[in-house]
Write a protein that binds this ligand. Sequence first.
Ligand code: GLY
Length: 322
Amino acid sequence: MSTRRSFIKNISLAPASLILPTILSADNNYSTPYKEGLIISTWDFGAKANEKAWEIISKGGKAVDAVENGVKEIENDPNNTSVGLGGFPDRDGIVTLDAAIMDEKGNAGSVCALQRIKNPISVARKVMDETPHVILVSEGAQKFAISKGFKLEKQKRSTVSDKAWKEWLKKSEYKPIINFEMHDTIGQLAMDKNGDISGACTTSGLAFKMHGRVGDSPIIGAGLYVDNEVGAATSSGLGEYVLKTLGSFLIVELMRFGYSPQAACEEAVKRITKKYPYREFQVGFIAMNKAGETGTFSIHPGFEFAQCRAGVVTNVKAGSFL
Ligand code: GLY
C-alpha cells in the first residue's frame, strides 16, 4: 500500500526530469485571446491615459504605442504631483523620474533617476528599441535622452511641489502617507486588437525620497511585467515592498499556472503582508490575462483602476487586505 510517506520518498527519488516537466509545463493555453481592445491603468487619473491609448488601439494600433502615449499624457500634466516633472522632489529638492516599458515580444526598456526630461517613458522606449540594454540610469540616461533629441528642461519644482517640499523640510520626517505620497505611479497595461499585450509605468517615485533612490516602477518584474503568452501586471505604492517580492513577475507567473488575474493580485499582496507585517504603507496591483480578464488588489482600501474595454470606460475599486 502506498502511504503518504512512501509517496513522498518515491517522489524525492525520482529524477528531476520526471517531476519538473509536469510542473513547468502547466502553462495556460489561452487559445482565444481577447481582441476587442482592453486597457487598464492605475488610479482614477488612469482614465486620461486610457483615453489616449484607446485612440491608438481603436484604430488598430499596437499596444506598445498605446501604452507609451497613454502614460505620456500623465507625464505631461504639470499638476500631477506623482508623475513627470510636476512630481514631488526628493529630500534635496530635485525631481528624479523612473519609467519602464515592455512589449509583446518581451523587449523591455527603462530609465531610473532621470532629471530634467519631460517624458521618461519615451526615453525608456528608446532604450528598448535603440540600445542593446534594458536600463539606463541618472546622468547616463539623461545623456542618452539628449542624444536622441529630447529637450533638457530647466531644473525647477512646480509651485505645488515646492510648497510641499518646504513644508516637509520643517520636520524632514520619512513617513509615508497611505494613498497620498503613495499615490505615485501611472501603470498602464493594454491588449490591442491583434491580442498582443504591452505595459508601461512612470513615476516621480516616493515623495522626499533620498537622492538616488529608485523604486519598483523601472525594475522589470517588480513594477511591471508582460508575457504575451499569459498576461501582464503593474503596481503602485511603496516600491520597496514590491521590489522585495517582485510582485508583477509573481502575478504573471501565477496566472501562467492557472490563477485568475484577481487571485494572482491577491496572492501578491498576501506575500507582502505576510513577510512584512508592518503594514503602514500602500501597495496595489492591477493585472490582465490573455483572455481579457482583469484583477486588482491592494493592502489598504483606496486603490482603484481605470478600465477601457472595447471602448467602454469604467472605474474599478480594488478589494483590499485590510
Ligand atoms: N511605486 C513607485 C515607487 O515606489 O517609486
